[in-house]
Each structure stands twice: as structure tokens, then as C-alpha cells.
Design a protein around this ligand. Sequence first.
Ligand SMILES: [Zn+2]
Length: 443
Amino acid sequence: MSKTINFFNTASRAVEEFRPIRAGEVGIYSCGPTVYDRAHIGNLRAYVFVDTLYRFLKASGYAVKWVMNITDIDDKTLQRADKEGRTLKEVTEKYSALFVSDLKALNISVADIQFIKATEHFTEMRALVDSLLEKGYAYKASDGIYFDISKFKAYGQFANFAPNLATSKERIKNDNYDKENVSDFVLWKFDKRYPQGRPGWHIECSAMSARYLGQPFDIHTGGVDLIFPHHQNEIAQTKAATGKDLARYWLHNEHLLVGGEKMAKSKNNFYTLAEVKKRGFSPLALRLELLKAHYRSKLDFSWRSLEGSAILLTNLRRFYALSSLGKKDNPTSAEKERKYFQEFLGTLSNDLNVPEALAGVQKTLNEEELGVWGASFLKKVDAVLGLGIAFTTPQAVKNALKDMDHARSGGDFTYSDKIRKELLRKGYNAENTNLGSIVFPRA
Ligand SMILES: [Zn+2]
């Protein structure tokens, strides 16, 4: 286990030392997507952030269990199914698959995430709602079961405001509302299509996180826009029903902006990953772009800035290829590798400061004489950042490089140039250096 790790905890609005509930183990719950449409890159920022957090904790020696819910039943998904003239399952499965393929393209550790669907956990949710009814925190109305916020004294505390209960007489049927309209929120909806009723959005996360991670669990993540009402409501439900806290540490990532405004479906100012690829960028260049700012800072997206990230990533891969050709290891190189990687983890231990850790890596690469140790250092760094810096070269590409070298040394520069251009077309830069020839994928 490495040294102290600190995170900014939204619950206390302070940086706190991270102490897991069980030594050596961490449970993470991430609010996942509502699968009624394609995700945009602003949504994806949240998952790149958690994946990097997950990889960092693993590199720091923890066994991490990562759970993510899929909201596959709510007003939006049901409306979408009606609009497309298909069943709810058809629609939500289609958008879940698109979501997971976006995550895969961004090198998010999909195989390690336990995805859990709302539709498969009605029993757990209903049990929680019944317990709230029993304890007097919930009541039945004509269209559903509501949480009575006046019964929960700390309502608003997590989101840092005091609700004006005198003016909040109306009930909120929708799952999304703002602080101006604070009111009793829906836990369970009566719906003709579902004889037993169906859940509101917030109850999902309280019921499912408890089942898979216990209560409390270590880390709850989400975008800042989930602090209120979603996370405030999760906290109220769980505490009221069980007397226990939901989670210990609440980590929230900031918005992705476009031209200074929040990227949002409702504003129609969003881009999807498909568009990023269409413009010739690799998804991993976007991953680097999303990691360039600290997760708690807003980040203004532009194509120009993305281009800068693509160049930087290609350059990091070039360093990796070059160091693989570098001097063989000696006793001091193992020492160097250890020292620089510990520095890297140390910087990340400070509330996952990726921008500073990345700057540290660049400094090392610029100042140190690179040997094979550099390649193994970058491999470890890449296991945390997930950028494909430590790439593997397909055999066909290796062969082409050999042919290129052969042609060049035989003086056939026309042929060697032809191979170089072919590699370029396939997405690889080939370069002849004084250490030998290298080939690396462009981002
Ligand atoms: Zn949630």
C-alpha cells in the first residue's frame, strides 16, 4: 500500500485522508447513464474520471470493486420506447450497448465494472420504499409514493442549502428539479403499464448500492449536477430507512463546457464520440483531453485543444518507442523507474491530480536519458492513465518497418519512402533515429 491518499469530499466540502472501510479494499459506486439516447462527450467525462480513479487505486495496491447502475426505466426511456414504437427493453438494450462501446473505445475498464440494471432490482427498491412508509418518512398519494422531506431534518445539508419548507407544498413527480422547487419527491410511481408500480430515479441508487457494496460503502461518484437533487435524495432515503450513511466519500466531477457553456443535450451544443472519430481523432486523444484539467475544474472543449492532446499523445508513444530502443538496464535504472513512478503516484494521491502528474511525466521524459527503464516506467504510468502510450505493434507493422530499413540500407529510398507512406495511411508514424527505426500509432 502506498502512502496517504487524499480526496476532496463533497460531504464535508474539505480534503480528507482516504481511509477505506476494510483495509486494502475499496468499493466504488458510480451513477450510470439513463439509456434513452447516445451519451455525449460531456457525459463521458464522468466515466473517464472514475476509470482513472479506479486504475489509480489499483496501482496503489487496493482491491477495488466498481459498480455502476444503468437506469433502464424512467419517464425518458419509456417516452423513447413510445416514440420509436419499440419495447422498453429493445430501446434500453440498444442504448446500453452504445454506451458500453463508447466506454470501451475510451479504454475504460469495462470488464471490471459490474453493471446493474434498475429493472432487475424492483424487489430491493420496493423493500426500501416500504421501510420508509413504515417509519413515516413516506406517504401514499394518488399517483405514487412520496418522500416527506419535512421529516428528514438534514434535507438540503449535503447540497449546501436550507430548503424553505414553508413554500414547498407541492409534490415533485419528476426526478429532476432544482433548488427553487424543493419539495417532496417521488419514490415509487403508479403506472398502468406496471401493475406493481415502478421506481422513481433516486431510489435505484440507494437500493442497489446497498445490495452490491454494503452500507456504508467507500466512494460514490457522479457529475456535480447530481449533487442536487439526486445525491441529496439518495442520502435522505438511505439514512431515513436504515439509520446508516450511504457512502463515506463523495467525489464529483465538473462539467465539460463548449464556448463557456455546459455541454448538454437540452442546449444542443454537444458532440458524441462518433463525431470525434469522424473528425479523425482517436478516442484516446479525447481521453487525454478530458484528463488535461483536474476533475474538479470545468474544462472548455474545443477541436483545437483536442488536436493539441492528439499531438501530445502521439509524442508520448514516440518516447515509449524510443526508450524501448534505449540503453539496457543497469542497477541505477531500476532505482530511477521506482523513484519516478512513486512520484507519479504521490502526485495523484493529492485528490487525483492528473494534470500535475502528467506534467511530471513529461518533465522526466525531457530531462532524463531514456533507456529501457523509461519504457517500463511509461508502461506503469499508462496502466493508470489508460492512454495506450505503451502500445503493442502488430506483426505486419513490424515487418513493414524491417522492409523499410532494409530498403533504406540498400539505398532504395523510393521503396523505403513508399513503405513509410503506407504505414502513415494505416495510422503509424515511422521514423529513423540514431538509435534505430521506430514505429508508433498516431492518436
Ligand atoms: Zn445515482
